[in-house]
Design a protein around this ligand. Sequence first.
Ligand SMILES: Nc1nc2c(ncn2[C@@H]2O[C@H](COP(=O)(O)OP(=O)(O)OP(=O)(O)O)[C@@H](O)[C@H]2O)c(=O)[nH]1
Ligand SMILES: [Mg+2]
Ligand SMILES: [Zn+2]
Length: 334
Amino acid sequence: MSKRKLTDQQRRRIQANQKKRRQKVHGNNADGDTNLGPEQVGRIITRFGKSAIVQASDQTYRCGIRQHLNDLVCGDEVTWQMAESGDGIIVAINPRRNTLTRPDFAHKLKPVAANIDTIWIVATVFPLFDSTLIDQYTIAAEFSQIPPAIIFNKIDLLSEDALAKLQKSLSVYQDIGYQVLYASNTTHHGIDIITHELIDKTSVFVGQSGVGKSSLLNSIHPELELATKQVSEQTGLGTHTTSRTTLYHLPSGGELIDSPGVREFGLWHLDVSELAQYFVEFRPLLGQCKFSDCTHIHEPDCTIRQAVADGKISQQRYDNYTLIRERILENPNR
Ligand SMILES: Nc1nc2c(ncn2[C@@H]2O[C@H](COP(=O)(O)OP(=O)(O)OP(=O)(O)O)[C@@H](O)[C@H]2O)c(=O)[nH]1
Ligand SMILES: [Mg+2]
Ligand SMILES: [Zn+2]
């Protein structure tokens, strides 16, 4: 075959295609730059699309992400390199200590945040107090092996009687070893204690939209001036003010991740036969029922149901166990 000479136009097209391919391989927006600076370590502050903001020393950098690292989340520790364009490129992820995960709309398990010391479940009465959502979070926390704790916010909206009732209901969580704190951003009640609890730890605020997660963060670190929004007077529901899970450095030391509110924290990935073990107070009794595969719903000689009858396990937690179990079983994509 005779050697064909490339025309200038062909040469330009080939070069352009090669550049495109390089960009694809790097999966970044650093313009396919192969002249990368030395490797540096950093922490993911927030993630959007194919990029992330990385904190390294006292600065933040916008970084592209190599394709195989697509599951990077807020809190991840990474290795990155500076490209000539001024943007960075994340080239590796350090092993995670732990990961808070959640199934996405297609029921694929996705990380939400990584390397966390405490999951603070923020709840209140306005919008609605929902103990099922609290328990979905305690289960997700136990599944991820990250200790959960609870902040009951907006106590300024409660009468003394109503607060006493709620304290009784939340004492269930204290009885099983979870810390429960009470707060108000209006009166500043509890803010000092929460601030103290967050020192030198990586914590995440989770909960329904409108419970006041970002407001609490503003009370703890007023310079942030995060956007917060009115809960709808008509529906009593929040309108999703925070849109992206983001990590903030606290002046007192420690990091706090603020996350967008959710109505429900899906647990479709869990095997129902394992659900009971994510209820910490059930754990010591598991394996003692008459049937080794006891569902703790209808079987005779069930130690869990006996413990509920004896008042050793709270009726509310047990009811949420049965409800969450049903929701997992009813899910068609299981
Ligand atoms: N009365 C009272 N209102 C509060 C308190 N904390 C927050 N709020 C109000 O509750 C509304 C929702 O607060 P946000 O901080 O935006 O709630 P969020 O949990 O961050 O909501 P998302 O970002 O949508 O998940 C705002 O109007 C706040 O002013 C409080 O302690 N007392
Ligand atoms: Mg918010
Ligand atoms: Zn049983």
